[in-house]
Ligand binder design. Structure first.
Ligand code: SF4
Length: 457
């Protein structure tokens, strides 16, 4: 049995680093670190697990180091984000100085950008997990160093990077939510707390050009295991949860089975999920609603069909229009996410996106900027054309890393205009106020409004 610390490192900002999609948190978001939850399922009960979520605990680097010194782990498995790259590497260097014997394994989007160079130029990192949902890398914790798949490390000067073959399923047992500070996690629309995150799959079967998740192998957790986890969350006192799947319901037959088992097992908890507009049917949406679904987060990305096609979103404006109309018809709340400033964006395409955002009238709109995610076709194209100008990798910031075609120079202005036009409508404000049903929601909405006024949603 090894002594293992699962770590969400401290930061100079509130970072969300999980699910290979790091960003700076918007005011009301502090989501559970899904990757570490999955890993906790794998480790239990074979290893002694401690969790330090320094983001949720609001620990400074010094406080986190003190805690880690006390824990004295043999292995540290830490989140590692592109959006927090410098912050994380600085902390890892301090950590290695304090605990030189502990092995430091990292997981996150930052681990995929030239992994061999990352490992050789940062001796504080012992290994990078290339697929935390794969059980193969667990051998590393038992001292194996030869032929282990899905984990990258340098051994005697040789870079190890074998990958396991495709697999349709992965089984992690029950993630140990009780070890995490779950009462501190929150998100807009979680109208009751405590709130938890649950995954039923890994990766995504689609391949949008800007998205790292689509480059991951797509695999599913067994339905009975998901149901057991939901029953356990109920016992823990969880009142609301989100499915962290990047595209909930991609496998229709299995989703129907899972929803029906949620109903027959009387899970009876409200929940939200990420969904693709083209996968939504009226019957499917009604089955989700019967199982407790209250909120869909839908990637709209752009109101310009040419931009959707260019980045292989494989979706039509009409698919999206229909999905939002269905949600409104059946009282499911919606979050629409957009990407402003992809290479090729013009004033005309931006205007189409703005008009579309107002037409769809979601309950919340998230206007993001593109980032250069490793392994993606967008990043490969941008690198080959010299479009990457360096700088931040935070999709919720107002600066654009791409300097190609028309994208780079308008981004700050576009984002500001989008936020003002969408959020400062009297009708929108009234709708949000009417939708608040309790004190928890009121507090979360106030935090969001403060962030908006500060210009950082
Ligand atoms: S559908 Fe969503 S998660 Fe899947 S590749 Fe596209 S953007 Fe990524």
């Amino acid at each position: 049995m090894s002594k293992i610390l699962l770590l969400n490192p401290p930061g100079d900002k509130t970072y969300l680093r999980d699910s290979y999609c790091s960003k700076v948190s918007k005011a009301a978001y502090l989501t559970p670190p899904i990757d570490l939850l999955v890993i906790s399922g794998y480790l239990h009960p074979k290893h002694q697990i401690t969790v330090l979520d320094a983001m949720a605990q609001k620990h400074s680097a010094g406080q986190a180091l003190d805690r880690i010194r006390d824990i004295s782990p043999e292995y540290i498995i830490s989140l590692f984000g592109q959006a927090s790259l410098k912050n994380d590497l600085d902390f890892f260097a301090l950590l290695k100085k304090e605990l030189p014997v502990a092995k430091l394994l990292v997981t996150g989007d930052a681990g995929f950008d030239d992994t061999e160079k990352l490992l050789t130029s940062n001796p504080c990192l012992d290994a990078v997990l290339l697929d935390y949902s794969s059980p193969t890398w667990l051998g590393y914790l038992d001292g194996q160093r030869a032929g282990i798949a899905d984990i990258a490390y340098v051994q005697n000067g040789v870079y190890n990077v074998p990958r396991s073959g495709p697999s349709k399923e992965y089984s992690i047992g029950i993630p140990r939510h009780e070890l995490f500070p779950y009462k501190k996690y929150r998100m807009p629309f979680a109208r009751k707390l405590p709130y938890a995150g649950v995954v039923t799959d890994f990766g995504c079967p689609f391949k949008c050009d800007f998205c790292l998740i689509g480059q991951m192998p797509y695999k599913l957790r067994p339905v009975p295991e998901v149901i057991d986890e939901l029953l356990y969350l109920k016992k823990l006192g969880i009142k609301y949860f989100s499915f962290g799947d990047q595209t909930f319901g991609a496998d229709r037959e299995r989703t129907e089975r899972m929803l029906s088992e949620m109903t027959s097992n009387q899970i009876n908890l409200p929940w939200g999920c990420f969904a693709r507009a083209d996968l939504l049917t009226e019957d499917g949406l009604l089955a989700m609603k019967r199982a407790g679904c209250e909120l869909l987060m839908i990637g709209v990305e752009s109101g310009d069909q040419e931009m959707l096609d260019r980045y292989h979103k494989n979706i039509t404006i009409d698919n999206i229009r229909r999905a939002f109309a269905l949600c409104q018809k059946h009282g499911i709340r919606t979050v629409a996410t957009f990407i402003l400033g992809l290479p090729g964006e013009t004033e005309a395409s931006f205007q189409k996106t703005m008009d579309f955002a107002l037409e769809l009238d979601p309950d919340l709109a998230s206007f993001n900027v593109p980032v250069a995610k490793p392994l993606t076709p967008l990043t490969a194209e941008a690198r080959s054309r010299g479009w990457i100008k360096g700088g931040g990798q935070d999709q919720s910031s107002s600066s654009n890393i791409f300097d190609g075609e028309t994208a780079g120079f308008r981004i700050e202005e576009w984002r500001r205009r989008a936020i003002h036009k969408f959020y400062l409508r009297p009708g929108f404000i009234l709708k949000r106020l009417k939708g608040i049903s309790n004190l928890t929601e009121l507090k979360i909405n106030l935090a969001e409004a403060v962030a908006l006024l500060k210009g950082q949603p």
